[in-house]
Design a protein around this ligand. Structure first.
Ligand code: GDP
Length: 530
């Protein structure tokens, strides 16, 4: 059956670099549903996942009040009263949003998986089949890769060249490419592969709504990626802890195992167990047998009887199309965390980032925190097109005037001057300690990661250890914290950071702590001190 999905791609800047995460996180066990509304939910691995699914549940139940998020379908029209102080005429954001997307929903996608699982080849081939790369260019890649003795990398080269292009041209530390499915506009987030790029990978993953996990079905290879040291688990846990709840697993290189159903089942059952423990709902994970190299089951369902005799499910593109659209916080005050800042040709300068909450119109005043200074949004660019407005979920580039570029760093948050984000150097958080060998003590130096922020910080206080199922304090002022423990701590950052309470803004209130190249904890902000 031919897929009805219509390809339309505008830009291609995905890096195909190799991936190595280099950190360990525990395999924790979540309840059937991944999250729960039970007020008694705890954060220990025995009954909780490392992921924010549980952090969410805990914080929802114990940190009240509730955060109300609005799904795209439910977005209410903004009344002019809300932003009456702003000079620009009001735009009916909901109506415009629908018009712009032609009824299509926006979805941010990240591709993860063990090195050599075939991520670059799979995505390169998918984009080629969607019409992004013309035949002549593809032929050139084939010739060149053959000459270099790496014929099998031709599709991956599609991605590599754009990586180079990106280095030469406009700077965007998270490369993006856009393509359309029947009902969605997909932004493919770059997941740069090298170990040095972990902060970028986190940046990419932190902005993703959904993920494709690529595993190599070849004998021994799936196992290598899945065992300790492999990146399959690490990436799975990472994206889940960053808020991704829906996953498509591409069981790739199925050609290498003659499209055997038994092998597919073996892999999906092993992965299924793990993903459930990591906090993914079974109903939110789909497994698709693919061949990135051959192109089977990518944009159309595979016709080969080897597969059709036992697989009647979706192809990869259909699966991407059927992801549920995420909830978007359009009705909250404007928030954009800067992913990049650069000088443009014209006046002013540009910042890029994903709008986490609210919306913006050209001409509006914005407050940057830090440095607590205002500027004007002279222009908004979405997917390389100038637009009059943009809303939560959009990756935009803003042209700003009335401010010195020197003041703005990656990690600054642009917000509504009427309802600014909080800036602090000291805050309290509820954390889950990962698989760290070294006990976490008072004075522990860490790197605080959230959104695009990466800031040196110190754990200044260990306030309490919390009970695994009740969330009650089991120990006050512990001397140290060890793996799997759920605790309340206080952190002090070197420089001021813009943060929100998790209960108010999920996206700006959850973070990871890294130490010496490893992720040692995931947490949510519970109290902002000063
Ligand atoms: P990445 O590190 O995950 O991005 O993996 P690559 O896309 O660079 O692929 C690694 C190697 O696996 C390359 O030699 C690819 O040609 C090969 N490969 C990728 N997908 C498939 C597939 O579906 N079948 C086979 N047989 N080889 C594949």
């Amino acid at each position: 059956m031919e897929s009805e999905i219509v390809p339309k791609i505008t830009k291609m800047t995905v890096s195909g670099k190799k991936q190595s995460m280099g950190f360990e996180v525990p395999c924790a066990i979540a309840e059937e549903n991944g999250h729960t509304n039970t007020p008694q939910k705890g954060l220990l691995p025995e009954d909780a996942d490392v992921a924010s699914g549980v952090l969410e549940a805990v914080s929802k139940s114990t940190l009240s009040p509730q955060v109300v998020q609005v799904s795209e379908e439910q977005i209410t029209v903004h009344t002019p009263a809300k932003k009456s102080s702003k000079a620009k005429p009001q735009i009916d954001v909901k109506a415009e949003l629908e018009k712009r997307q032609g009824g299509k929903q926006l979805l941010n996608l990240v591709v993860i998986g063990h090195v050599d699982a075939g991520k670059s080849t799979l995505m390169g081939h998918l984009l080629y089949l969607l019409g992004n790369v013309n035949k002549r260019t593809m032929h050139k890649y084939e010739q060149e890769s053959k000459k270099a003795g790496k014929a099998s990398f031709a599709y991956a080269w599609v991605l590599d060249e754009t990586g180079e292009e990106r280095e030469r041209g406009v700077t965007m530390d998270v490369g993006m490419t856009k393509f359309e499915t029947k009902t969605k506009v997909i932004t493919l987030m770059d997941a740069p592969g090298h170990k040095d790029f972990i902060p970028n990978m986190i940046t990419g993953a932190a902005q993703a709504d959904v993920a494709i996990l690529v595993v190599d079905a070849s004998r021994g290879e799936f196992e290598a990626g899945f065992e300790t040291g492999g990146q399959t688990r690490e990436h799975g846990l990472l994206v889940r802890s960053l808020g991704v709840t829906q996953l498509a697993v591409a069981v790739n290189k199925m050609d290498q195992v003659s499209w055997q159903q038994e092998r597919f089942q073996e892999i999906t059952s092993k992965l299924g167990q793990f993903l459930k423990q990591a906090g993914f709902k079974e109903s939110d994970v789909a497994y698709i047998p693919t061949s990135g190299l051959g192109g089977e089951n990518l944009v159309t369902r595979c016709q080969s009887s080897d597969l059709t005799q036992w697989y009647k499910g979706k192809c990869l593109l259909e699966q991407i199309d059927s992801f549920k659209p995420p909830q978007r916080s359009v009705d909250k005050p404007f928030r954009l965390c800067v992913a990049d800042v650069f000088k443009d040709q014209g006046s002013g300068f540009c910042v890029t980032g994903k709008i986490e909450a609210g919306y913006i119109q050209v001409g509006e005043r914005l407050l940057a925190m830090p440095p607590n200074e205002t500027c004007t949004a002279k222009g908004i660019t979405l997917h390389d097109e100038p637009v009059d407005w943009a809303a939560a979920g959009d990756h935009v580039s803003l042209t700003l005037t009335g401010m010195d570029i020197i003041k703005i760093n990656v990690g600054c948050v642009f917000c509504d001057p009427k309802e600014p984000i909080k800036v602090c150097t000291r805050f309290r958080a509820r954390v889950l300690i990962f698989n760290t060998e070294i006990p976490v003590t008072k004075g522990f130096p860490v790197l605080l990661h959230y959104q695009t922020v990466s800031e040196p910080a110190t754990i200044t206080r260990l306030l309490s250890v919390l009970h695994k199922s009740t969330g009650e304090v089991t120990k006050k002022k512990p001397k140290f914290l060890t793996k799997g423990q759920n605790a309340l701590i206080e952190l002090q950052t070197q420089r001021p950071v813009a943060l929100e309470l998790y209960k108010d803004f999920k996206e700006l209130g959850r973070f990871m702590l890294r130490y010496s190249g490893s992720t040692i904890a995931a947490g949510v902000v519970t109290e902002i001190k000063e």
